[in-house]
Design a binder for this molecule. Sequence first.
Ligand code: T3D
Length: 262
Amino acid sequence: MDYQNIIFSLEGGIARLTLNRPDRLNSFNGEMHLELRDALARTRDGGARVLLLSGAGRGFCAGQDLSDRNVAVGAEPVDLGYSIETFYKPLVLGLRALEMPVICAVNGVAAGAGASIALACDLVLAARSASFIQAFSKIGLVPDAGGTWALPRLVGTARAMGLAMLGEKLSAEQAADWGLIWKCVDDDKLMAEAEKLAVHFSTAPTRGLAYTKRALYASSGNSLEQQLELERSMQQELGFGHDYREGVLAFMEKRSPGFTGK
Ligand code: T3D
């Protein structure tokens, strides 16, 4: 598939995906969603051990492309439920299902579903000049693409409510202080830092990290006992794997480990 709305590459275990509609602040349209779906499948099936997501130009993503929605008086109303079911839900679930770390480098404003997609990633770094805006309330919608799930879990109900109901701009620095994201980084260091992380993960024990991701996301729906059981079964499986043996051997032999991701 040829991509017109994203840039994608997969090299040395690193999948790099850049949203690429800079004149529309990389907002989503149907074509971009189809390209993203294809790129996520290639990431999953093509031997990637980490995905790095970012945006081209001055913004990360301004959410749904509103010029794609015909809201003129008398026009047939758009079925947003169809849009969520067909595009946003699979995108969020697709990111979550990737059995590898997903890094998001938020290079500029992340608004509406753009903010939600960033928060669906596992490690979110943002440039100091970037911001997060729950723009939905300004057009009479609820935070979607997992926003109502992620926000209260990350920052608590009080802050989630304020962000979602007011739709005010949250700076990257404040987002990091509140625990919404992993780190705020100087603008000129963002991509270098995100790349450094991607390179680190490209030779890391990928399966262990994939299980870590799954266990942490499962924790909010589990009792302590269920979570202990999940940890037991994961540790049991990982303990029979190559990377555990290699990690322990490398430690004992005082050398760098050669993880295969298995
Ligand atoms: O519909 C469904 O399927 C349901 C799902 C919905 C999910 C959603 O994401 S709903 C929320 C949609 N997003 C928004 O409401 C955000 C709209 N954008 C903004 O509020 C502002 O653009 C920003 C705060 C993000 C950035 O402001 P600023 O001043 O830095 O940039 P700007 O001048 O507003 O935007 C630059 C250009 O991008 C501009 O085009 P122009 O005038 O230069 O030709 C602007 O129209 C365009 N743009 C920005 N966001 C969108 C957009 N065009 C289409 N759709 C957008 N979302």
